[in-house]
Design a protein around this ligand. Structure first.
Ligand SMILES: Cc1cc2nc3c(=O)[nH]c(=O)nc-3n(C[C@H](O)[C@H](O)[C@H](O)COP(=O)(O)O)c2cc1C
Length: 245
């Protein structure tokens, strides 16, 4: 397998949402999953399971959840070569220790961090091998429905999905905050307000140039965090045995 260097791959990242029809071979998929599995895992708990969704009807139902109240979009959930769902999974721990205390919020955080690390290992490796992909957090729009579609039992929480395939689009890179705004030394330092505002303009220019969209970073933040954010999540987590205390 010809793989691009890690640094080059990481610096070239952009989410890919349009894919060719080309399938991902079983061998390649296994390689990606192995690369994901070898990610560090908190306390060696290995608390992530992956559900590979190949059933077209299930993909269509998951897409409905991702779209939420919107009118369309997320076609890539149906059209990608592989759709993976990364789940926090305590069932293996409950097998060995039936009274394992998975209800502590810390256990949920351990799982959420591990899921992100493993999934990013998969995506980075995929990108290094010429594939592209995108995370799908919008499946958390309705986790009860996702749990029903994927037949998820007690002790399991679907955290994030991922579309993978061979890219069929050229996309520009989304700008990131300057390093000075995200890193400080020895103590937390709040971001400089002028520099933050300048970044807001960078994002505005980016959207103007990319798609003649009149959108700033501030507006994006307001759209995402300006109101209720998936308020049903806590009840779902608790039903699955997590985040009770
Ligand atoms: C945890 C997570 C969840 C995401 N969920 C979605 C999603 O549901 N739909 C989508 O189109 N993109 C999703 N994305 C992709 C982000 O929108 C994208 O990473 C971000 O805008 C930066 O763009 P880039 O990845 O091209 O640099 C998600 C990314 C992350 C890390």
């Amino acid at each position: 397998m010809n793989s691009q260097a890690t640094l080059q791959t990481a610096l070239n990242h952009r989410s890919i949402r349009k894919f060719t029809e080309q399938a991902i071979s079983k061998e390649l998929l296994n390689t990606l999953i192995q690369a994901g599995q070898m990610a560090s895992t908190s306390s060696y708990l290995q608390n992530i399971s992956i559900i590979r969704v190949t059933d077209k009807t299930k993909r269509a139902h998951i897409r409905e959840v991702c779209v939420g109240n919107g009118k369309g979009g997320h076609h890539y959930v149906e059209n990608c070569a592989e759709f993976l769902v990364f789940c926090i999974d305590a069932t293996r721990h409950l097998h060995f220790v039936p009274d394992a205390q998975i209800g502590w919020t810390e256990v949920l955080l351990i799982g959420a961090v591990d899921a992100g690390i493993m999934a990013q290992n998969v995506l980075l490796t995929a990108e290094s091998l010429g594939l592209g992909g995108v995370f799908i957090g919008s499946l958390r729009n309705n986790l009860n429905r996702i749990a029903e579609i994927l037949e998820v039992p007690y002790g399991v929480v679907p955290m994030v999905g991922m579309c993978l395939g061979y890219p069929n689009q050229e996309v520009g890179q989304r700008p990131r905050l300057p390093i000075d705004l995200i890193m400080s030394e020895n103590r937390f330092q709040a971001a400089d307000k002028d520099a933050l505002n300048a970044f807001n303009d960078v994002v505005k220019d980016y959207y103007q140039q990319r798609s003649q969209l009149d959108l700033s970073w501030q507006e994006q933040i307001r759209n995402n965090l300006g109101g209720e954010v998936r308020p049903d999540i806590l009840a779902f987590l608790q039903k699955q045995g997590f985040a009770k205390r």
